[in-house]
Write a protein of this length. Structure first.
Length: 136
């Protein structure tokens, strides 16, 4: 049975500032995702705080929100069969030093905070995150 899904992907400031966006997008496309929508933006810290609300009790929350709002990001809606899980696999573990070979975070991530990409982790969050950035 087919299960075409959409997920939200973000190329984070560390990757955008190293001019890795095109390379990362190529890797995404190679993995048979369609980039359904895409925009390069910079967000305010307040917006990052809202986006990462689920992490507000974490010790790294403030730094995380400062970081996501520190420079340009590329936000994309990706579409393919099982997009949410497949994008998480392609990204690799949160900590790049623990990510598997062939993953985006293994190849491009600098550290657990500067790990180059975000991807939705569930169908519920994919919908919330897509609406957050793309709702008209
Ligand atoms: P994910 O991005 O793999 O879904 P989450 O646990 O949802 O990981 O955490 C969101 C983001 O918060 C991570 O991508 C990473 O940038 C940052 N983060 C997670 N854990 C830590 C930590 O222990 N120290 C610093 N930053 C962290
Ligand atoms: Mg997450």
């Amino acid at each position: 049975m087919s299960n075409t899904e959409q997920t939200l992907s973000i190329i984070k400031p560390d990757a955008v500032e190293r001019n890795l966006s095109e390379e990362i997008k190529e890797k995404i496309i190679e993995n048979i995702f369609k980039i359904f929508k895409e925009k390069k933006i910079k967000i305010e810290k307040q917006e990052a705080e809202k986006f990462y609300q689920v992490h507000q009790s974490k010790p790294f929350y403030n730094d995380l929100c400062s970081y996501l709002s520190s420079g340009a990001i590329v936000v994309m809606i990706l579409e393919r069969e099982n997009a949410i899980l497949e994008n998480r696999k392609l990204m690799g573990a949160t900590d790049p030093s623990k990510a598997e070979d062939g993953t985006i975070r293994k190849k491009y991530g600098i550290s657990i905070d500067k790990n180059s990409v975000h991807g939705s982790d569930s169908p519920e969050n994919a919908k919330i995150e897509i609406d957050f950035f793309f709702k008209e």
